[in-house]
Every structure is written in structure tokens, then in C-alpha cells.
Ligand binder design. Structure first.
Ligand SMILES: *Cc1c(COP(=O)(O)O)cnc(C)c1O
Length: 216
């Protein structure tokens, strides 16, 4: 698959869902991919990228940001409090806000740095033990807590259980967002981004369909 194909599939899915052209932001998930592949996608004009580890992001993106203007970097993986400062300095959005301790740390840092990335709260819609995210029953309270800290919460993010029908998870995320007045929905990956767009995704996180399989 290629970037152009994925973008055209996104455009078709937007149209099919009666969404405005450009309503959906494509986050090209570049984690683990070799630099040549990332550079090739940058050359094709893509500027919004996702990484799931702060350390990896910090080791590859400062160089790319010097070479290519307008990079918009999204952290989509779990964030440890002791990496919060580095994440805030490097990333334009963080999709993995999932606990009060992290929210408080970000609020303190936002004060100190005078800016804050766009934030998404991760919801563990499948209530899986191994997955990060606030459980659905705790989401309303946590959203309110983040707002009380003046954090710029733009929306919600989820990673549905692997190999299961995702649509119930996307619907649940959309429902929690709607009742809390949040517009951003970060959902949908290589295998299901069209479904996610049909269900209201504003940000899709697509890795292997653009770059090829990850070679861990
Ligand atoms: C790796 C990753 C993706 C992209 O997955 P693909 O199946 O390669 O599209 C999306 N979201 C998160 C949180 C990821 O870690």
C-alpha cells in the first residue's frame, strides 16, 4: 500500500460517511520503521506522524524536523511521568492520557513551559488488563478532572482488542466523547480505519498499511 492509496481511501470513507473532505487527520505511524521509509513518506508531503515511545521519537524526529518543515508529531503510546517533559517539548499531541498522576504532571509542566500539546484521553474500551487507558466507567470523572486542571483535552483515543470486531468499541468511544462535549476521536488503524471514519473518527493512526510491516 502507499500513502496516496491510504489518503484516497480516507477521502472515500469521508464522503461515504457524509463527512467534510479533510475532516479526518491521517497520523502516519512511523514507530520502528527505518529512516529511509519515513523520509520517503515525508518527501511525499505527509507531515503528521505518530510514535509510541518517547525515546524513539526523541532519537529520530529532531533531525527530520530540521530537514522538513511543519512536522506534526503525535505520541500515541503510553507515557511515563518521568518522560512527560520530554514528550511535551517534542510532541504536538499526546493521545495516551490515562491517569490522574500523569494529568497532574502535565498540568504542572504546562504552567512551567507556557504551552501544552493537544491531549487525548485513552479509554480502555475492552477493559483489557494489559492495555493502558481509563476504564469506560471512569471516563466522565477523569475528563472532568483533566478539565479542572485546565488541560487542553481535544478528544478520546482507543485501541480495541486485537482480532475482535472493533465497531462496538468505536461506538462506545464516540458515545463517551459526545456526552462530554469532546470532538476529537482518535480511533482506527491499518485494518479498520474506514470503519472508524464511518463511526466518527477525526484522527486515524495508520502504520503498516503505509510503511509496510514493522520489522521488530
Ligand atoms: C502501532 C500503532 C498503530 C498503527 O498500527 P498499524 O496496525 O500498523 O496501522 C496505531 N495506534 C497505536 C497506538 C499503535 O501503537
Amino acid at each position: 500500500m502507499s500513502l496516496i492509496e491510504i489518503k484516497s481511501r480516507i477521502a472515500k470513507a469521508e464522503a461515504a460517511a457524509g463527512r467534510e473532505p479533510g475532516a479526518v487527520t491521517l497520523i502516519a505511524v512511523s514507530k520502528v520503521q527505518p529512516d529511509e521509509r519515513v523520509a520517503a513518506v515525508l518527501e511525499q508531503g505527509q507531515r503528521c506522524f505518530g510514535e509510541n515511545r518517547v525515546q524513539e521519537a526523541a532519537s529520530k524526529w529532531p533531525d527530520f524536523m530540521q530537514r522538513f518543515e511543519g512536522v506534526d508529531l503525535h505520541l500515541i503510546g503510553p507515557l511515563q511521568t518521568n518522560k512527560a517533559r520530554q514528550a511535551m517539548e517534542l510532541c504536538h499531541a499526546i493521545h495516551s492520557i490515562d491517569r490522574p498522576k500523569l494529568a497532574k504532571a502535565l498540568a504542572r509542566l504546562a504552567q512551567e513551559l507556557g504551552h501544552c500539546p493537544d491531549l487525548f484521553i485513552q479509554v480502555n474500551t475492552g477493559e483489557e488488563d494489559q492495555k493502558a487507558g481509563i476504564v469506560p466507567a471512569g471516563a466522565d470523572t477523569f475528563i472532568a478532572e483533566c478539565r479542572a486542571l485546565d488541560l487542553p483535552i481535544k478528544g478520546l483515543m482507543c485501541i480495541p482488542p486485537a482480532g475482535k470486531e472493533a465497531s462496538g468499541h468505536f461506538a462506545l468511544l464516540a458515545e463517551i466523547a459526545a456526552r462530554n462535549g469532546l470532538e476529537g476521536l482518535s480511533m482506527g488503524m491499518s485494518s479498520d480505519f474506514e470503519l472508524a471514519i464511518a463511526q466518527g473518527a477525526t484522527h486515524v493512526r495508520v502504520g503498516s498499511a503505509i510503511f509496510g510491516q514493522r520489522d521488530y
